[in-house]
Design a protein around this ligand. Sequence first.
Ligand code: UDX
Ligand code: ADP
Length: 471
Amino acid sequence: MAPVKVTKICCIGAGYVGGPTCAVIALKCPHITVTIVDLNQARVDAWNSPDFKLPIYEPGLDDVVRQARGRNLFFSTDVDKGIKEADLIFVSVNTPTKKSGVGAGFAADLNYVELATRRIAHVSESSKIVVEKSTVPCRTAESMRTILEANSKPNCRFDILSNPEFLAEGTAISDLFGPDRVLIGSLQTPEGKDACASLAGVYSNWVPTNRILSVGLWSSELSKLAANAMLAQRISSVNALSAICEATGANIDEVAHAVGYDSRVGNKFLRASVGFGGSCFQKDILNLVYLSESLHLPEVAAYWRQVVEMNEYQKKRFSKNVVDTLFNTITGKRIAVLGFAFKADTGDTRESAAITLIKDFQAERALVNIYDPQVEHNQIWADLTEAIPNTPLENIKKQVTISASALEACKGAEAVVIATEWKEFRDIDWALVYEGMNKPAFVFDGRLIIDAEKLRKIGFKVKTIGRGERV
Ligand code: UDX
Ligand code: ADP
């Protein structure tokens, strides 16, 4: 049997992964009809909005959607129709860390993957290639296969592939246009290899074939966890070194630069910060920890767990530094937090370091002004309500306000904390900020973006992650 030529794709899940990925597939493959389905009506409506007010902020995304929507890209809540019509289905639903039950706090909650898989089995009337796109623990594809096979009808064949997504938020579109690699995992049977060739055929419309890697199903699943764990490990390593720099007067920028010059290490992903966030790093490492423990490999589990613990330590260390520097108390003092997203160029706040910092400041009974250029106010309130569960929102709002600009957030504050590296924070008129602040005025740079010397000349007391200078 020759590989099926894909002409109709359905993507289940219109989130940060499914939305941009399948929008780009539609753009690059005008001969393929791509339908992205989601149960969330509001999300689908936003994807379909006439003025392109998309549910995700991602540079370049609206341009892609403008070109393809209505041509061969469609968004719908009719999940069953999408499944029935497609010959290839991406499963891109959410896989959060479990909050209760076995593996709570570590294992992935596969409920959404299972429900989507059962739906595929239930409504399909013809054979499908089912592609696992969500980040999932090793061997999830095997469970999906078991569910599909147990529930399939005659003449309905399901081939399972794993095709993890490596895009980073904020650069998703350029990552998708020119990926370092596309990884496709399949069973090493003739049918599995054919399914793999079908999906490779889709990507080969714009990705050079030497960048499309075919591997076994489980290697593919593990590679995604491994890639994220190793990237996060670099950040925890550099953050651990930043603590030594602060204690000794060394400069983490100089250390990272010197280390990164070694071509074996490379210079990317060595930026010290207030801690990594995002929906993937912590979740994937905890998955790896859980997997290692289930495989009776406690030393391996402890090794990876430490990457997350170092990240927690970095966030705590930062907020403690703020309290210590402001004369050991921030009670009643106003602190401006610039940035709420987990990184620049996204409106996503999942696991953002800013949430932990604000929670710590709130516990110290400080007053907090937040400013972020992209994050919706409702999202900030939802995140703070979740992070501070024992305090009703109206009480949180007595301590926390959301400002319309960086300048407004800093007015009357004792300290400014830079939590996200938004470009506009590099261009702030610091002399104007200084005028409006209480004195002494402090700046804590958690993202290494300001010129500390320049700010000191204005009069600020400056503390930067990984720099040993005294204030
Ligand atoms: C990550 C992976 O990069 C991507 O390949 C995978 O598909 C999903 O997870 P993402 O979480 O979107 O992507 O963003 P990333 O750029 O990796 O940043 C993650 C966090 O690490 C952010 O909070 C970022 O600010 C932080 N970071 C990154 C640092 O603190 N220092 C660095 O040097 C790089
Ligand atoms: P990710 O960052 O992995 O893309 P998101 O949470 O942004 O995760 O998106 C996942 C999307 O999947 C959500 O919009 C959610 O409504 C959708 N979803 C979850 N389960 C199903 C399902 N069974 N059918 C259709 N959509 C689903």
